[in-house]
Structures are given as structure tokens and as C-alpha cells.
Design a protein around this ligand. Structure first.
Ligand code: ZN
Length: 316
């Protein structure tokens, strides 16, 4: 299987539950509960987090404690914490809080970008220059995130060239990692193949990270397509938490435990212990007070066998 699809031997899984997962939830978690969830995921072996977002607390109340959460987790070593920032002011707050990388984000669709940050795509791109200059010499890495890369809930299809142009802009600003966000779950395997091929052509210095939502049930099929193309970075949220307040019908990210299960069964190294990740998912379920969409945390690993005597035998 691995040989047939040339999957990478090792994959980096970035946990986005604390940011993407929580920003649209009605239940607001306390800083202490968020930190408890992050620590459970670190114990499972997760080494990269998109932890929070330094946006207006009025716009996204669930992430109003960004600086407090970073402070709460300061003792954790060898784990990369990134945060989304919309502008220079957000970057200043992130720098002050002590984050490892700043993620600048823009949508490939004009309408979604206007809804999300009230700016045109070009205005967003122009504003990134200031942030890049501010980060120079700070030791803080700059990363990029592009929303609605595979389709927009308002505009429909998104031109692959629009995605490529933004990725190039990020590369010019010094970003090595650019995440391709499937904000409302419109990605399909052919679109993934087209976008990755285009990106490799126009922004060869960029290492793409794939960020799928499971809105239409094919999130992991899209991951398989990414693996077949050798993409080794994926974003997911524990339990499948998530959505987008500025996109109708947006549902959760692909679930971290479902992703880690798939990768593990394919013999791909993630450094993450599935059983411990399932424990973290159960903690997330308790904290949110509702069942989460992920499946492996409910069914267990495939060889977690049932007690045969406990199941009645069919009669007749
Ligand atoms: Zn997302």
C-alpha cells in the first residue's frame, strides 16, 4: 500500500482544536480547561498546536483568553505553539504573549475574506508586509493560512491560481509552511491533486499543510489523496470539534484521533499514541458536554475486541 501510493514515512499532525475547534462552539471553555485539554494531547505525543487566535475578543469571545492560555502553558518544552493573527496589532499581542509562530490568514475567496476580516484579498496581503517586518529578528516564525482553498460557500469554485498567488506571497514574506484550509468541507481528491500540483509549480519553497473539514464526509479521503502526493503535514481537531462563524454550514475539522488511527494503520509515524489521544478526546467530550463527531474515540482501535459472551446469539 505505502509503496503503491508513495506515502511519506512520517507525518506531522498539528492539533487545531483549541483554536479552530473552539472558536465557534457555544460552550465557552475556561482557560484552565483548555490548558488541561492541551496537556492531555501533549501527553499523547502531539508536538504542534494551533493554540489560539489574537483577534478581537468581541469578534471571537471563545478566544478572548489568548495571552492567558499561552502563559498557562509556558512550562511545556519541545512543543510548537502557533497563533493566528489578523494584523499588526494581533502580532504585537502574540509576540508579547510568547508564541512560537504567528499564522497570517487570508481567504482565497473575496467574499469570504470580506466576511471574515472585512478587507479585500489584496488589502489583507498588503497588511502582511508590516507584520513580516515586525517579526524580523524576533525569532518568531511566520506561517500562512489560506481559507476556502477548495471552494467558497458564497462564490462556489475557487480558482487554483488565486490559491497559488497567495501562497507565493507568503513564500516571499519568508513563510515555509502554508496551510490550505478547506473551511466548509468543499475539497475533493481531484481538487486536492490539482492544488498541490499547482502550488509545487508556483511556490516550490512552500511546504503545504492540508486542513480539511469533514462537512461532507470525505475528509480522510482527501487526506489519502494528500498522502499519495507525498504531503506530510495535516491539521485536525480532537473529537472533530470546529466550524467557522463566518461561513454557513461549516462543520468540524477532521478528527485528530480518526486521522492518527488511519496513519497508524498505514504504518506512518506520527509520534502520537492513539489510546492516549482517545483519552484526550474523551476529556474533550466531557468538557464540551455533548457527543463529538469523531468516530475512533467511540469505536476504539480496530483490535479493541468486544466480549463475545456479552453479546446474545441470534436464535431461529
Ligand atoms: Zn478549519
Amino acid at each position: 500500500m505505502l509503496e503503491a501510493i508513495r506515502a511519506p514515512r512520517q507525518v506531522h499532525v498539528t492539533e487545531v482544536g483549541p483554536r479552530d475547534g473552539l472558536q465557534n462552539e457555544k460552550v465557552l471553555l475556561s482557560t484552565a480547561h483548555k490548558a488541561e485539554l492541551v496537556r492531555a494531547l501533549v501527553a499523547a505525543g502531539v508536538r504542534e498546536f494551533e493554540l489560539t487566535s489574537f483577534v478581537s475578543p468581541r469578534a471571537v469571545p471563545a478566544l478572548a483568553d489568548a495571552a492567558e492560555l499561552v502563559a498557562e502553558l509556558r512550562d511545556i518544552d519541545r512543543v510548537h505553539f502557533s497563533a493566528l493573527v489578523p494584523n499588526l496589532r494581533g502580532a504585537e499581542r502574540a509576540l508579547e504573549a510568547g508564541i512560537d509562530s504567528v499564522v497570517l490568514f487570508v481567504s482565497a475567496s473575496e467574499t469570504h475574506n470580506a466576511k471574515n476580516v472585512n478587507a479585500s484579498v489584496d488589502e489583507s496581503l498588503a497588511s502582511f508586509e508590516q507584520v513580516a517586518r515586525r517579526l524580523e529578528g524576533s525569532g518568531i516564525e511566520l506561517r500562512g493560512a489560506i481559507a476556502t482553498c477548495f471552494g467558497c460557500p458564497f462564490e462556489g469554485d475557487v480558482d487554483v491560481a488565486a490559491v497559488g498567488r497567495i501562497a507565493r506571497h507568503f513564500a516571499d514574506l519568508g513563510a515555509r509552511y502554508v496551510s490550505l484550509g478547506d473551511t466548509t468541507g468543499m475539497a475533493t481528491p481531484p481538487l486536492v491533486a490539482e492544488r498541490i500540483a499547482h502550488l509545487r509549480e508556483v511556490a516550490p519553497g512552500v511546504s503545504p499543510t492540508l486542513h480539511f473539514h469533514n462537512t461532507r464526509g470525505i475528509g480522510l479521503a482527501n487526506v489519502m489523496q494528500g498522502l499519495a502526493l507525498g504531503v506530510d503535514r495535516y491539521e485536525s481537531s480532537i473529537g472533530g470539534l470546529g466550524g467557522c462563524p463566518f461561513a454557513p454550514k461549516a462543520t468540524g475539522n477532521i478528527a485528530s484521533e480518526d486521522l492518527v488511527y488511519l496513519l497508524g494503520e498505514m504504518g506512518i509515524e506520527t509520534g502520537i499514541d492513539l489510546e492516549r489521544m482517545i483519552e484526550a478526546a474523551q476529556l474533550a467530550t466531557r468538557l464540551m458536554g455533548r457527543p463529538l463527531p469523531a468516530q475512533v474515540s467511540k469505536a476504539g482501535p480496530r483490535l479493541a475486541l468486544s466480549d463475545c459472551a456479552a453479546v446474545p446469539t441470534a436464535k431461529g
